[in-house]
Design a protein around this ligand. Structure first.
Ligand code: GDP
Length: 208
């Protein structure tokens, strides 16, 4: 198991975040909590990379399809009328297609953040998937009002500004998908000293 102090997570600022000029605000919130930016770039996402990022595996597609169908049902919307099917697998394939298309509409910003339990801390700061339910104080809760009712009817992905890896396993797959090893950097944040124990403080300093 990796030392939890150096856990890494991938974030992508999606086209809606970039277009709304929220890149700085989003990164500032993640840095402010104590996460260290160890890789950062703006890029045009390529379809083959997005197809691996949003996997075509039955498990992933069925999960997202099931969640989307639930959202239709919660609001009493006719899922068949919009999606042409009630099958979670088929609905999931549609949403995956919307996502892959949307992520190519403008440049996006990719970053790797490192820190104590980086994956769960980043998810906490980012907030729940659906902005309409995301808590105030989170990125999605503070900067987006989007809801699946509106998104599904418009046949587009929910605009929630940012992707953050959902688990340590997911992060381990996503980081090398977006960054080569040479693009990841080691350095010390000044405030890391405050978090160290006395013994570590006396010991040899990290590289960088
Ligand atoms: P995340 O890990 O919080 O981003 O959420 P998921 O992996 O479950 O979903 C991936 C992306 O699909 C989300 O970030 C949204 O952009 C989009 N999405 C999720 N649920 C729905 C939905 O019910 N309807 C639509 N249209 N898009 C959705």
């Amino acid at each position: 198991m990796t030392d939890v102090r150096h856990e890494r997570t991938l974030i992508l600022i999606k086209p809606d975040g970039v277009q709304r000029a929220l890149t700085g605000e989003i990164l500032a919130r993640l840095e402010r909590v104590g996460l260290k930016v160890v890789a950062l770039k703006m890029l045009r996402a390529e379809r083959p990379v997005l197809e691996r990022h949003y996997p075509a595996s039955e498990e992933w597609v069925r999960t997202i399809g099931g969640k989307t169908r639930e959202a239709f049902e919660t609001y009493g919307m006719d899922v068949r009328a919009v999606m042409g099917t009630e099958d979670p697998l088929e609905i999931g394939r549609r949403v995956r297609g919307w996502l892959i298309d949307f992520m190519q509409t403008t440049p996006i910003v990719a970053a790797v953040l490192e820190g104590v339990h980086a994956v769960s801390v980043a998810r906490k700061v980012v907030g729940a998937t659906l902005p309409v339910f995301a808590a105030p104080g989170t990125i999605r809760g503070d900067f987006s009002i989007d809801a699946p009712t509106v998104a599904n009817a418009a046949r587009r992905p929910v605009r929630n500004l940012i992707h953050a890896s959902g688990s340590v396993e997911e992060a381990a797959q996503e980081v090398p998908l977006w960054f080569a090893p040479a693009e990841l950097h080691a350095y010390r944040r000044a405030d890391e000293d405050v978090m160290l124990g006395d013994e570590e403080r006396r010991g040899p300093r990290h590289a960088g």
